[in-house]
Design a protein around this ligand. Structure first.
Ligand code: C2E
Ligand code: CA
Ligand code: CA
Length: 352
């Protein structure tokens, strides 16, 4: 008898993990009950079901499909007409538990006001004068130590809390701009946040009747995330610029989509990803990459920033290549003390 195979995916919304077994049984029962009559005769159906519950230990769509496939293969191997639920590996369980710890820590930090900004200078390439500071989120741990963004932002993005972080970063930056007239600040926004209408409304509300503050605010959007919905993103960038802010495309060159991205998003500048900048003075490959990215940016009329400049040699090469702005440990590490405060006091003393 001929055998035909079909594969279906079913997504159950609002289905608690405890109800999965009963649901799978129902499907098995419905399919296996009796032969289906067709013009060519009766067809007997057997069903194998692979079950995975998400979000939980699995997070990305890719992950969900893979785990479901694994469970399905196991169900088939177990003789069909049965279901197998994916069981997380010990390492998945551990990762999940760690992520949940980070989420709890961040939620507590949001409540206790222990999220703060670190400021890193971005200098004009030739004069080396500070043009603006990038605001980088830091979390104060209960023991007083500062946790860098790299340690919690990726988890927070996956777990859906990033909008709250970005909101806080924006509020803190606008407060600083408000009380320090001379400074310009750049704030990072996750592409997930950028696509969110309520965030835009928040930005509009914060900057209403304050064009003087908007003019000193730069919004850094990450390429990969921003490209998700290019038309929406383009509208959003236009909206931010209408408000008077400048927009920088972050991590330029890190994704595979730089050309489309740069063409459709009408930004002011690009930040060449640190991956190509580090060791540029000794790596011919990196020199080639930087030159190419720079050429692309220029042909679209965008200013260029190199991040992660760590040595004098790298800085020299980048100046020679024609970068407009430089940023990195060589010019200053991110610090939570306001770096412009000291400078202002010195100026006051000098004035007498
Ligand atoms: P990014 O925007 O690409 O920021 C640059 C990262 O490189 C920062 O790490 C910075 O501290 C670090 N860095 C700066 N200069 C150098 C250097 O010379 N060498 C090296 N090796 N590293 C350097 P950080 O602060 O841990 O932030 C990591 C990422 O987290 C940022 O990457 C940004 O994408 C994200 N992030 C930070 N604050 C926020 C925020 O408020 N909202 C969102 N959505 N993302 C944020
Ligand atoms: Ca950035
Ligand atoms: Ca970057």
């Amino acid at each position: 008898t001929p055998v035909m195979r079909g594969r279906f995916g079913i997504v159950l919304g609002h289905c608690p993990e405890s109800a999965l077994a009963a649901t799978a049984e129902k499907i098995l029962k419905a399919a296996g009950q009796e032969a289906i009559e067709t013009p060519k005769g009766a067809v007997h159906v057997t069903v194998s079901v692979g079950v995975v519950s998400f979000p939980g230990v699995v997070r990305t769509a890719h992950d969900v499909m893979n785990r479901a496939e694994d469970a399905l293969a196991e169900a088939k191997g177990a003789g069909r007409n049965c279901f197998v639920a994916h069981t997380p590996t010990p390492s998945q369980r551990t990762n999940h538990a760690l992520s949940m710890d980070v989420v709890k820590q961040v939620q507590a930090a949001l409540r206790n006001d222990s999220l703060l900004l670190a400021y890193q200078p971005v200098v004009e390439a030739r004069s080396r004068a500070v043009d603006h500071y990038e605001c980088l989120m830091r979390m104060q741990a209960p023991d007083g130590s500062l946790i860098p963004a790299a340690h919690f932002i990726p988890v927070v993005e996956q777990m859906g809390l990033i909008k709250m972080i970005d909101r806080r970063a924006l509020e803190l930056a606008v407060e600083e701009l408000d009380v320090n007239e001379g400074i310009h600040l750049a704030v990072n926004i996750s592409g997930l946040t950028a696509g969110d209408r309520s965030w835009l409304q928040h930005l509009v509300a914060l900057l209403r009747n304050r064009p003087e503050i908007a003019a000193r605010l730069i919004l850094e959007i990450t390429e990969t995330a921003a490209l998700h919905e290019i038309e929406e993103s383009a509208k959003l960038v236009a909206r931010m610029r209408d408000l008077g802010c400048r927009v920088a495309l972050d991590d330029f060159g890190a994704g595979h989509t730089s050309l489309r991205y740069i063409k459709f998003l009408n930004a002011d500048s690009v930040k060449i990803d640190g991956y190509y900048v580090r060791n540029v003075s000794t790596s011919l490959d990196n020199q080639l990459f930087v030159r190419t990215l720079l050429g692309m940016a220029r042909s679209f009329g965008l200013a260029t920033v190199a991040e992660c400049v760590e040595t004098a040699e790298d800085a020299d090469v980048l100046v020679r290549q024609g970068l407009d702005f430089l940023q990195g440990y060589y010019f200053g590490r991110p610090v939570t003390e306001r770096p412009w405060r000291g400078a202002a006091e010195v100026a006051l003393v000098a004035k007498g």
